[in-house]
Design a protein around this ligand. Structure first.
Ligand code: SIN
Ligand code: MN
Length: 270
């Protein structure tokens, strides 16, 4: 898949690009079934807010050695419509996955992600340059009521801000300091609500400010995130690195698989 000039220009200006209908209903059904299959596996790649609560995030499904390993995800990160788009946006043919995550924002329970830049903390993983992009795919309908993603257009152009660790959530997250965030909202706002239907996608820059609110609805809001880095920009050694499931160190360049791979169980990428 090739993006056209207008799409490339939009991404450079806004820091994100919508790709409606990137996955078909049949493919979304395969992804959903795969998430449901791994959700009950006891392993550290499944993150919960409360020990006995539902999964908040399922990490590392694309990696064959993971407790959550999924042939479907191994293929999903290698499709022409995900991998080739990321290659084009990053201007590099050799990419690897920094991490993948399925964010399962549960009905009523699923909670806030405060304003942050992903590269705020990916820099601490030893990644030297913001040459990274994320493809987000909706598994459920995403609405303002169920806690859709909000993006702040153009905020990536200001570059990285030194993050602060926010303990107001049960999980803790590196965020943009409050006063800085208010300033950026005034300068770049208003944020854009990334609502849509299952299969819709958005690709966004690693310095783009983003956040999402509590899920106040009766329906789950599941979304998949595929985070790519260039091999040339691979994470350098750091003291006390985060675990492999969030700071991937398989730096081999990904090869593309057939675009229909998800519908045949993802076997292609194995
Ligand atoms: C994230 O920024 O990592 C997750 C946001 C969301 O899924 O709402
Ligand atoms: Mn994020």
């Amino acid at each position: 898949m090739r993006l056209n000039e207008t799409q490339l220009e939009g991404y450079r200006r806004d820091g994100f690009l919508r790709l409606p209908g990137l996955f078909s209903a049949a493919e979304v059904a395969v992804l959903r079934a795969e998430i449901e299959r791994v959700a009950d596996i006891p392993c550290e790649e499944i993150r919960r807010e409360a020990e006995d609560g539902p999964p908040k995030a399922i990490m590392h499904m694309h990696a064959p050695e993971s407790g959550t390993a999924s042939p479907v995800l191994q293929s999903m990160v290698r499709l022409p419509r995900t991998l080739d788009v990321a290659k084009q946006l990053l201007g590099d043919d050799e990419l690897y996955v920094h991490h993948t995550k399925m964010n399962l924002k549960a009905a009523v329970d699923g909670s806030v992600w405060p304003w942050h830049q992903d590269y705020g903390y990916w820099r601490f993983d030893g990644i030297q340059a913001p040459d990274m992009t994320t493809v987000m795919v909706m598994i459920d309908p995403s609405t303002e009521l169920n806690g859709c993603l909000y993006l702040l257009p153009g905020s990536q152009a200001d570059g990285r801000h030194e993050p602060v660790f926010d303990r107001s959530t049960s999980y803790g997250i590196w965020t943009v300091p409050r006063e800085e965030m208010r300033d950026r909202l005034r300068r770049h706002g208003p944020p854009v609500a990334i609502t849509g239907a299952p299969g819709d996608a958005v690709v966004f820059d690693c310095n783009l400010m983003h956040a999402s609110a509590h899920n106040l609805s009766a329906e789950n809001r599941w979304q998949a995130y595929l985070c790519y880095n260039t091999c040339a920009n691979q994470a350098r050694t750091v003291d006390e690195p985060r675990p492999e499931w969030v700071r991937g160190t398989d730096f081999r360049p990904l090869t593309t698989v057939d675009d229909r791979s998800l519908l045949v169980g993802g076997g292609e990428a194995a």
